[in-house]
Design a protein around this ligand. Sequence first.
Ligand code: FUB
Length: 837
Amino acid sequence: MKQFYFSLLLLLACTGKANSQNPVINSDFTADPTARVFNGKIYMYPSHDIRNPEDPSDDWFCMADYHVYSSENLTDWTDHGIILEQNNIPWVEPNSYSMWAPDCVYKDGKYYFFFPSKPKDTKGFSVGVAVSDHPEGPFFPNWRPIKGIMGIDPCVLVDKDGSAYIYWAGNGLRMAKLKDNMRELASEPVEIQGLPEGFKEGPFVFERAGKYYHTFPWVKDKTETLAYAMADTPTGPFKFKGIIMDESSTGCWTNHHSIVEYNGQWYLFYHHNDYSPEFDKNRSARIDSLFFNADGTIRKVRPTLRGVGITDARMKIQIDRYSEISKKGVTVSFLNEKNKFEGWKCTFNKTNSWLTYNKVDFGQKPVSEVKMRIRSAQEGSVRIETSGKELVRVNIPASKDWSIITAPVTGAPTGIHDIRLSLLKGSSVEIDWIGFDAVPWSEGAFNTRQYRNFFAEMGYSQEEIDAKLKEVFNEVFYGPNKIYFEVGDSMAYISDVKNNDVRTEGMSYGMMIAVQFDRKDIFDRLWHWCKKYMQNPDGMFKGYFAWSCKTDGTRNSQGPASDGELYYITSLIFASNRWGNDSGINYLAEAQYILDCSMQKTGMDFVTPLIDLEHKLITFTPTRYGASFTDPSYHLPAFYEVWARWAQDGRSGFWKECAERSREYLHKSIHPVTGLNPDYNNYDGSLLGNKGIIGDAFRFDSWRVPMNIALDYSWSCSDRKWQQEYGNKIQNFLYGKGLYTFDDQYNVDGTPVKEILLGGNREEYRKLRHSLGLVATSAAVSLTCTDTRCYEFAKQLWEAKHEPYDDGYFDAYYDGLLRLFAFMHLSGKYQIIFPKD
Ligand code: FUB
């Protein structure tokens, strides 16, 4: 049983973000989408088509699990990961790959997830139910299926009086009343009468204005249409009314749908095989708006590529998902036939050919440039109009390879407009996407495994970028100002040379850098030093590391600092993913040991878990004093997602929640106008008011926050909008203080600090300065920014020299490490290390 729940929790870990038109999800196949509105958000529960992993020639439906997705705007979708898996359900035949179309409803404080599958002991399909306190799970399956249902495609209607009815397909379309426990039938199943002849499945029943709609896929001719009947009660009698959607024009045999009202508009969720034109059992969910006539009948829905939702002008606009297109001259095709999830491109072949893309939000501030990812054998020219007015003519250079071109825009509109692109000159002009201003990415690397090469976008060549990264790396590890020192044959330490000590911070940063650069030699040496001198093998600090030691290994302090452990665990997991666990160090076991030791602390003997269990936020130090507050710069939500996926410590649901809490906390920690954060915080994000010099102001620790948020954006992108605003805000503040002159310490409201915190250990260095560390992290946050001035921040970092400041102060350690991290981020080299396939 323990094993069962462990696996269940593990499944919860894999979250991601998608940003799409039709199809809605571009990371997986998503068929039979049931949409529900819970707590003001829209949730989509699709089935998850795959190719049969045991038999690639299998040409039937194949589904092993379910994900759930949610959205607030129907454009950005969060994948909450797997909520149920075939082999974790007591009654389901193992590896039967039959987790077909599901539904999820809310009743009396619980979420009930209904799904069909093949039972162990009988032929055909049964329908089971799994229960959760939250729409995104975890869902706990009932031990047996619902007695009395043999069939597929359950749909449940919870009527206005609280009665629940279940509808399904099995020997006709059937229904029964459900008991209040939602796990048993309260009435004998009956077949729905009044429906037309022909194959029917996938019922979806809903109520609107006192009318009950029984909607269903129906094979009228060759393949499935979507059709419906109406009644005055949930049990009928139903009267057939007609077709909601015609057969697919490209021959996808099935269609399966749901209908939902969200923010005053009705939507049809359905599927099509967009990402798999050659195999129609791999389908993808789509959404289009649905309208009713005055008499309550449904108007036919025309499937579109554009789908629904508003598209942000400052994001990639996938114009191949057009709303209208000229009859001739523009074709749409896959970008990469080998990986169709990369999406499509448009090719403009004929002068004056055009397409429009509706509902683009230009925001309140006019954009200043357009970007286009293009490829064209010959020179060309494209006109872009917004709501009928020419915005810009973009000259397209001839190029063999894809490139991103930029053109200035003046007189851009604000608010929501349709855009229209037309070819003025050229032939075979291929366009992948267009966007305005900095165009940050809209999906995280957990989903895409892609990283933005910001320096390349700025025009630096790959040779220049590689050389620069090597130079910055070498300065830290090998140059005259290095901070990395080897000891004997098997150990090394990283020293904060200005303080002449070795910190868990620097050691764990070094390990993260080593694993990123695939330097097992450096990683192992650092780890051996940490193990020997820093980690406590027993006692109250067992598993934790002494945060500061002398360079000979003697301890300056016994206690841990939580950020060290945070980086140790994450880099050890990455090491395990990259190098395996049988080359001398069992990296995964070491990570699990730290996690297990930490989670076993009770606080009774002064030592606490790394994470404050009440708030699910990282402590400043895991000790009675330090656990009463947090440090904003220790917040790296995406690290918890790494733990949730790969720590295999049985706590993935908890780590996933920590990631969410951490993001919520950052919203509260950061000043709403300046984007600055304090060095320390109460867990509710309020200032500590501890009167110490380190505490309420933005100083050295704080600098890391912009870089951490860049990491979270680049890896997960699940807090896109807020993180974009944050990046723009903090750069705006610093820019206002002078891009080349901003100071390194401020009160969080942006006023000057009264007391200056000393950098290093000599009183004459007590000075405000334009520190390289902050130059680096404020450049790294460019990954999140929509404003074009982010390029100026990155340029400043590129050109900055790591040398003594005017007063002679030099920080090889902190400035050096932050600079290296920022270079890694902006060249796409700070990556999630996935396990080897
Ligand atoms: O996804 C498998 C089956 O295909 C569904 O249960 C049916 O409704 C059809 O869409």
